[in-house]
Design a protein around this ligand. Structure first.
Ligand SMILES: Nc1ncnc2c1ncn2[C@@H]1O[C@H](COP(=O)(O)OP(=O)(O)OP(=O)(O)O)[C@@H](O)[C@H]1O
Ligand SMILES: O=C(O)c1ccc[n+]([C@@H]2O[C@H](COP(=O)([O-])O)[C@@H](O)[C@H]2O)c1
Length: 190
């Protein structure tokens, strides 16, 4: 069976926290590939007004480009609407019945996993893989795989603030993604 990790997110913008978690899980679980999957409309989040789905997709493409084991999954953007993970995994399983899927989540998502749409049914379709995140409990009563990884208190929110205030962005996201944000004038970047 092929083992594929899925890192779902809003990626507004993507950052090195996402790369670190994908890489740690890729190695710890000996996956064949990790797919970064931007959502159309996030189920539990107010969606960004300062970037489009196209912007987010382009940034994810730039983020993973140097790494052959990281790819982009566009199924949720193609479907549109609210991106419930259950609906996505039903579709992916149908498309690829011989693949074992590992859905990678950070601590904030671990803490709220019990509120996800059709969570019991979803747990039949995927194995969840959790990465601890500073400022969260990173705990659930569900049986998920925890992967030990270096913890980083970095978020897309912090990066958007840095763009808006002119703070340093070095090492927080790849230069190619930073350049794209400046070219498109996202997040109030000057
Ligand atoms: N620093 C981090 N440590 C652990 N998990 C993370 C980290 N950053 C993001 N994640 C996880 O990656 C996935 C996608 O995150 P998302 O694209 O929403 O970024 P975010 O930094 O949480 O965004 P925002 O600050 O806008 O809420 C989620 O499962 C989230 O928990
Ligand atoms: O299906 C759900 O109910 C659900 C609830 C919250 C989050 N998710 C998914 O979890 C991933 C991370 O979410 P977010 O809000 O951090 O971008 C992303 O792929 C979301 O679509 C899914």
């Amino acid at each position: 069976m092929k083992k594929v990790g899925i890192l779902g997110g809003t990626f507004n913008p993507p950052h090195i926290g996402h790369l670190i978690m994908a890489n740690e899980v890729y190695h710890a679980l000996k996956l064949d590939e990790v797919r970064f999957m931007p959502n159309a409309i996030a189920p539990h989040k107010t969606m960004p007004k300062d970037s489009t789905a196209e912007n987010r997709l382009r940034m994810v493409e730039l983020l993973v480009k140097p790494f052959k084991e990281f790819t982009v999954e566009t199924i949720e953007l193609e479907r549109g609407g609210v991106s419930y993970t259950y609906d996505t995994m039903v579709a992916l399983k149908e498309r690829e019945p011989d693949t074992e899927f590992y859905f990678i989540i950070g601590g904030d998502m671990i803490d709220t996993l019990h509120t996800w749409h059709k969570i019991d049914e979803l747990l039949e379709l995927v194995k969840f893989v959790g990465i601890r995140r500073p400022g969260t409990k990173s705990q659930t009563s569900y049986d998920i795989i925890m992967v030990e990884a270096p913890e980083i208190a970095l978020s897309s929110t912090l990066i958007r603030k840095r763009f808006a205030t002119g703070g340093t962005l070095r090492f927080l996201l790849p230069p190619e993604v930073e350049a794209y944000i400046r070219k498109e004038g996202l997040y109030g970047a000057k």
